[in-house]
Design a protein around this ligand. Structure first.
Ligand code: MG
Length: 338
């Protein structure tokens, strides 16, 4: 088997702002594992928060190339990658590509391989980043076909952003603060305000360093509190499970399909709600994550919808619901091959 890497730059339709950062484009690494005519695709969305970059992803994959996958089974290859330290977004790309090629050889869609027949609508939220009130009004108009909105907060205009959205729509809102409320009393005040505005959940309101304050916040909140920045890996899940109502699991954060599957099962066993989230990424990363969507309570897989130059075709959206296709693997094709 041959491992190929391709760096891509994805352009955002709108400048994307969270409590952490603001960006107009992102760099990603597409991994292709080829075995004769058959190939598997994976995507790495490196995160500077975890000291990852396109360069660190490529360096890691170059190390993996030396391990000679040719004479290893699928499971041995997955285990070898998971045994390496750190580099979760790079591991995710390799793990996804291995699952893609393995299930293509079995001629099975990945969701069928896991026995995940969707018995309900796979409704994804659509993200509205922090912006001026005028731009937020425009974004609400653009989000018409989505049934749930995810709103980024963590700035001085938080209450005005929510009031503006509520002038135009009564759709359920999910709020993601990206650690933006650095004080327990501010977080309590904001949650009291949000309780009157049909908010389904609040993601990572306070910094991950304030873990022990989370139970004090939950005592005052009727809205479920979901961990994102506080929970990257399986070990983190065990550390934070008693401080949150749920957890946001992302392939690029946890190391791919194999770890995400294990974390989702474990989170359910720990009585946590599960969100399946994403980074800004192409249809490769989004379609891979979507294979596990029937397992979770909240789906937030809109990263490919926020970009203007997606090089791939994968899962489609119908009326804000993800439609898993019957193509083998993760069901992704390169657009140029169409
Ligand atoms: Mg988040």
């Amino acid at each position: 088997m041959e491992i190929l890497i391709n760096e891509i730059e994805l352009h955002l339709k709108h400048k994307f702002t969270t409590a952490h950062e603001s960006k107009k484009s992102v760099k990603r690494v597409i991994v292709k594992i080829a075995d004769g005519e058959i190939y598997g695709l994976g995507e790495a969305a490196p995160n500077s928060r975890y000291n990852e970059s396109v360069e660190s992803v490529c360096n890691f994959i170059n190390e993996i190339r030396k391990l000679n996958f040719e004479d290893k089974s699928f499971y041995e290859s997955i285990n070898m990658i998971n045994a390496m330290n750190g580099n979760f977004s790079a591991k995710s790309a390799l793990d996804i590509a291995l699952f893609d090629i393995h299930t293509k050889k079995l001629n099975l869609p990945l969701w069928k391989y896991f026995g995940l027949y969707p018995h309900h609508n796979l409704t994804t939220s659509y993200t509205i980043g922090i912006d001026t009130i005028e731009n937020i009004e425009n974004k609400i108009a653009e989000s018409e076909k989505f049934n749930i909105l995810k709103v980024k907060l963590g700035c001085k205009e938080d209450k005005n952003i929510i009031k503006t959205i509520r002038k135009f729509t009564d759709k359920p809102l999910r709020v993601d603060v990206n650690e933006g409320w650095g004080d327990l009393n501010i977080a309590i005040d904001m949650i009291k305000f949000l309780e009157d505005h049909n908010v389904e959940l609040i993601e990572q309101p306070m910094p991950s360093s304030m873990l022990f304050d989370y139970n004090r916040l939950r005592e005052r909140s009727s809205i479920p509190i979901i961990a994102d920045e506080s929970c990257k890996t399986f070990e983190d899940l065990l550390k934070i499970c008693e401080y949150f109502d749920g957890v946001n699991i992302k392939l690029s954060k946890c190391g791919g399909i194999s770890n995400a599957y294990l974390m989702i099962q474990t989170a359910h066993n720990l009585n946590l709600k599960v969100m399946l989230g994403c980074m800004v990424e192409s249809s490769v990363g989004i379609s891979a994550a979507a294979q596990l969507a029937p397992m979770v309570d909240y789906i937030d897989l809109d990263g490919n919808l926020l970009i203007s130059n997606d090089p791939y075709l994968g899962v489609q959206l119908i009326n804000g619901n993800i439609l898993l296709n019957n193509e083998p693997g993760i069901g992704v094709k390169e657009k140029s091959n169409e």
